[in-house]
Design a protein around this ligand. Structure first.
Ligand SMILES: [Zn+2]
Length: 462
């Protein structure tokens, strides 16, 4: 079902599955070659974060886009780590749409790879290298779509902004976080389209997971206190033992299942492809407890980490000498929270679980979950663009267990979604942050076409 949108009814030739502008007006073989070459070039800039060196990519793209008459700005919070803002101006009748990409990548251990991770090698139908999927590949699709919009001289109702950030793989404080804080006027938009979602196959059904939400992130500390004594005459009040009991208790704890809006939307979208009685229950029958019970028993990897808050001990420290009973012991608890869970709720939940133990709960860091509404014309346009390239696919909202730059925009009230609009195999998925990361050449073209279609739908003036 399409929500009412002034941009959709008058676009017959754009919506045509064949014979529209996309197939006839552009030399897609040429576009594909250009995209392959560009991705290979971007991979060859080693932007492993830390330290980043993202200016290498930002400056390269700035020159490329400026040469085609697209306005660009480089803004850096610290030397060598520039963020790129490129803008194609519309008539101002609608607020901007922002394409959000990041230029940094995670570390690659070359000894594990079949090809040099920063070689940008094109072979066997793939572009290989660190960042091919996360996310220089999607960034190239975005850049190509923007360039094509410019070359086609598309009359625009909205400004199209491309923001290529530094520091996404770390805290974002030199990247999206800093841009939103310090240069909001450069990146203010109604809609943001970035990373996080992708097409996958679930039980034989192709499903595009559109990232509409991210769980929250918290680092809590558990501090146990006891009485120091000589280990040869132990006091029985050992802080390390108390901490071990706390870790044991928290690691056997499962938080209550909660069906939040992003998960409800996800299940409702998938319901038609599921067997009865899942279909019956997930398609909107208002039985929260039964549905929560059922959802917890579904073999659905896409909701496995989206149903509850999680509490994972990740670091611990106690003692200074082998023969001294420690009077203090501390552990770090990495927590991922559902939408609507505040810091007080989270600390309260941990305290209840640890009731009776001599352990204090402290807070080192907390970023709440972020979620965008899904009943928007933008979501519909994304679904259309994805299905146009992969007929028969289901498009479902998706809550990510991890975090992306989208959270900074959602915190400003912007509707932000993430999708690389191609279907990856599980083998390809496993290369993200892993070894032999690679993107199919065919997917580069397909993704570029889908994003260009999306831009036309959302920003074209008709
Ligand atoms: Zn990424």
């Amino acid at each position: 079902m399409k929500p009412a949108s002034p941009f959709q009814p008058n676009l017959p030739k754009v919506s045509e599955p064949s014979g529209g502008w996309a197939e006839t007006d552009l030399d897609w073989a040429g576009v594909r070659d250009e995209a392959i070459h560009l991705l290979s070039q971007l991979i060859q800039f080693d932007t492993s974060n830390p330290p980043g060196h993202e200016s290498l990519v930002a400056e390269f793209l700035a020159d490329l886009l400026a040469a085609e008459g697209i306005g660009v700005k480089l803004l850096a919070a610290t030397p060598g780590r520039a963020n790129l803002v490129a803008r194609l101006s519309g008539d101002g009748s609608r607020p901007p749409l922002l394409l959000l990409g990041h230029t940094d990548v995670v570390y690659a251990d070359a000894s594990q790879w079949r090809v040099p991770p920063f070689g940008g090698i094109v072979r066997d139908g793939y572009v290989w290298g660190r960042g091919a999927l996360d996310m220089k590949g999607l960034l190239v699709m975005q850049v190509m779509a923007l360039r094509l919009a410019k070359r086609l001289e598309l009359p625009l109702a909205r400004d199209l902004i491309l923001l290529a950030t530094a520091d996404e793989e770390d805290t974002g404080r030199y990247g999206a976080g800093w841009m939103v804080d310090q240069h909001w006027y450069e990146v203010a938009a109604e809609y943001v389209f970035g990373e996080g979602g992708v097409g996958v196959e679930l039980d034989g059904q192709q499903v595009f997971l559109v990232a509409t939400a991210e769980k929250g992130y918290a680092d809590l500390t558990l501090t146990a206190r006891g009485l120091s004594s000589h280990a040869s005459t132990p006091s029985g009040d050992n802080a390390l033992v108390a901490l071990a009991q706390a870790i044991q208790r928290i690691s056997t704890y499962r938080s209550r299942v909660q069906l939040t809006e992003p998960v409800k939307g996800h299940l409702a979208a998938l319901a038609p492809s599921r067997p009865w009685p899942e279909r019956q229950l997930l398609s909107g029958v208002d039985l929260p407890l039964v549905n929560a019970w059922l959802a917890d028993r579904l073999d659905l990897p896409t909701i496995r980490h989206a149903l509850r808050n999680t509490f994972t001990p990740t670091m611990a420290q106690a003692g200074h000498l082998a023969n001294v009973v420690p009077d203090v012991a501390e552990a770090t608890l990495n927590c991922r929270t559902l939408p609507g869970v505040g810091l007080g709720d989270l600390v309260g939940e941990v305290r209840r679980r640890l009731g009776g133990l001599p352990v204090e709960v402290g807070v080192r860091q907390f970023n709440p979950a972020s979620a965008s509404p899904t009943a928007t014309p933008f979501f519909t346009a994304i679904a259309e663009a994805a299905r146009r390239e992969t007929p028969g696919a289901i498009v479902a909202p998706y809550m990510m267990p991890g975090a992306t730059d989208a959270r900074f925009f959602r915190a400003k009230g912007v509707t932000a979604y993430g999708l690389m609009p191609v279907c990856l195999t599980s083998e390809e998925m496993a290369t993200i942050h892993g070894v032999d990361e690679r993107l199919q050449v065919a997917h580069l073209e397909q993704g570029t076409r889908a994003i260009l279609h999306l831009l036309f739908q959302m920003a074209g003036r008709f």
